[in-house]
Design a protein around this ligand. Structure first.
Ligand SMILES: Nc1ncnc2c1ncn2[C@@H]1O[C@H](COP(=O)(O)OP(=O)(O)O)[C@@H](O)[C@H]1O
Ligand SMILES: Cc1ncc(COP(=O)(O)O)c(N)n1
Ligand SMILES: [Mg+2]
Length: 557
């Protein structure tokens, strides 16, 4: 099944320079360059002698695809809207067949308008006859006729997996599919389903009203539903009374798994069921096994609920949560939007654990003093510290820096930056490539790269860095075997760099002035280690350096 997919054809007409027009039979063909097992790229470029200079690109990139067949929720917490957000968050394409339009908010469901059956069929045909769908996920199926249509289409257009969320009652208690649909679920969908994901009420309804009140009841229900034909069953315990954990029971026909996560204390649980089923579908579309998919989905719901526990949308008892937390900057948590401002590079403080030990300073005390003394950005450069301690130290430094509106970066350690939600990283030429760091950290985080040459500065810009550090400007002992580029080398790099530059290497109060005086506008400041941290009073030394830099910049202007 991998390797088939939708293909996107783009024909582009280019006006080509004269020289190209005259060169005959130029042809460049790159076929089937494999990116990974999900993605194939095919590019054809053809330019033919005297014919009109047309370049056609044909690319085939498979992206995992989930089709959701569900109802619309105007409040966008559940239904189609939750499915789209969940698939987007999991990196999967999601097409939609809308079965009903509900007027719904955080108070409840005020109205339901069922889409005519033949139009549900038309939507299904439009998607399935044209696009390659990996997995179908169902939500609200408000009539037995719609269940039958779905059944027919799945026979005509088989997909790799069917995830059935047998939506019957919303969390607010409103009925979304009446008893007549029950027969459709039992007879048509369960035997086709690769997994069915009822909540307690839905499991009970499918089992003729059997009481499900304990984890042990959930286990029995999972087995009974499996007997009714579903290949895998997940009985969801979001509504399990008196449960400290959020417990779900998964049964694959052989083994029963009790999946537990912490129960997040929040009103924002509207749409958890839809999200869970869509995430399962998304992971299956990416190629996960069923158990893996279920575990990832449960973990995603828990993380999203935890992230969103305090958001407030609507005035009713059940709020929506935020699926796209990963796209957010840390503004939401910190109350501060950290957008990089090149002037932050003015007085750049880089910590050193050896110096802190020598003077009996903790990392956070040293950082606090530097920030109070006027440091405008801080980088934690801790080379000999346990990862666990590094993350803890970084978290407390982050609090200090946030309180002063000063960005905090981590040297080298992308993992530590992610773990503590630092504002970014600074990386060297032999660390992880800046492009990879950008992919891991997202568009909002600050990335700085150490560069000694114009070529490295160009590469940093291409890779998506925000600034470069250039040095050593003067000889230094802080970094072993560090080549000194001198003021001339610094100037050359500054002139070539498209990114703002901070100078580094042996800079101190007595020699900072000539650095600022090289007079290239994109030199924004100096980075120092020993000048401020190799001293008893970090605060005083930082203040002195700040004064010198301020004077030097005023003189340059
Ligand atoms: N407060 C919560 N904290 C963590 N997980 C939860 C919470 N409430 C529900 N879940 C999880 O969300 C998923 C959906 O469950 P549930 O809310 O029971 O479904 P539905 O939305 O269909 O009623 C399950 O994996 C459940 O364990
Ligand atoms: C259109 C639609 N589909 C599904 C649900 C169930 O979601 P939940 O159980 O979280 O309320 C809903 N409320 N609305
Ligand atoms: Mg729920």
């Amino acid at each position: 099944m991998w390797g088939e997919g939708f293909s996107l054809n783009i024909a582009v007409s280019l006006s080509v320079p004269q020289g190209f027009r005259q060169s005959k039979g130029l042809s460049l063909v790159l076929v089937n360059s494999r990116i990974n097992r999900n993605k194939q790229t095919r590019i054809f470029m053809e330019m033919q002698g005297n014919e009109s200079p047309t370049t056609s690109y044909q690319s085939t990139v498979n992206i995992p695809h989930v089709l959701t067949v569900a109802g619309s929720d105007s409040g966008a917490g559940a239904g189609i809207q939750a499915d789209l957000k969940a698939c987007a968050a999991r990196g999967v394409y999601c097409s939609t067949v809308i079965t009903a339009v509900t007027a719904q908010n955080t108070i409840g469901v005020q109205g339901v308008n069922v889409v005519p059956e033949d139009f549900v069929a038309e939507q299904m045909k439009s998607v399935l006859s044209d696009m390659h769908v990996d997995v179908v996920k169902t939500g609200m199926l408000p009539s037995i006729g719609i269940v039958k249509i779905l059944h027919q289409h799945l026979r005509e257009y088989p997909v790799r997996a069917l995830v059935v969320d047998p939506v019957m009652v919303s969390t607010s208690g409103d009925v979304l599919a009446g008893p007549s649909v029950l027969a459709g679920f039992r007879e048509e969908l369960l035997p086709m389903a690769d997994i069915i994901t009822p909540n307690l009420k839905e499991a009970s309804a499918l089992l003729d009203g059997v009481k499900i009140k304990t984890v042990s009841d959930m286990r029995s229900a999972a087995k009974l539903l499996h007997d009714m034909g579903a290949r895998n069953v997940l009985v969801k315990g979001g509504d399990l009374p008196d449960s400290l954990d959020a417990v779900d029971i998964f049964f694959d026909g052989e083994h029963l798994y009790e999946l537990r996560s912490s129960r997040i204390k929040t009103r924002n649980t509207h749409g958890t069921g839809c999200t869970l089923a869509s995430c399962i579908a998304a992971e299956l579309a990416k190629g996960a096994s069923m158990l893996e998919a279920v575990k990832v989905a449960k973990c995603f719901v828990e993380t999203a609920l935890d992230y969103s526990k305090e958001i407030f949308i609507g005035n009713g008892p059940q709020g929506p949560f935020d699926h796209l937390m990963k796209l957010k900057s840390n503004a939401h948590n910190s109350g501060r939007q950290v957008r990089f401002n090149p002037s932050d590079l003015f007085l750049y403080a880089v910590t050193d654990s050896g110096m802190n030990r020598r003077w009996g300073h903790s990392i956070s005390d040293a950082v606090k003093a530097a920030v109070q003394g006027g440091a405008t950005i801080v980088q934690l450069r801790e080379k000999d510290i346990e990862t666990r301690d590094f993350v803890e130290a970084a978290k407390s430094c982050l609090q200090i820096c946030r309180a002063h509106g000063v960005p905090l970066l981590i040297n080298d350690r992308i993992d530590v930056a992610l773990a503590c939600d630092a504002d970014g990283v600074h990386i060297g030429q032999s660390d992880m490539p800046a492009r990879t760091a950008r992919a891991l950290l997202g568009p909002e985080k600050i990335i700085g790269v150490s560069c000694k040459t114009p070529e490295q500065a160009e590469q940093a810009w291409i890779a998506g860095a925000d600034y470069i550090g250039c040095g050593g400007v003067y000889p230094t002992h802080t970094k072993a075997n560090n080549l000194t580029v001198g003021l001339d080398g610094l100037k050359t790099v500054c002139l070539a760099s498209k990114l703002p530059v901070v100078a580094i290497g042996g800079i101190k109060v007595s020699n900072a002035r000539p650095v600022m005086e090289i007079g290239v506008p994109n030199l924004k400041g100096v980075a120092v280690v020993s000048a401020i941290f190799d001293s008893e009073c970090v605060l005083t030394e930082t203040r002195k350096l700040h004064a010198v830099l301020t004077e030097a910049t005023a003189a340059v202007k």
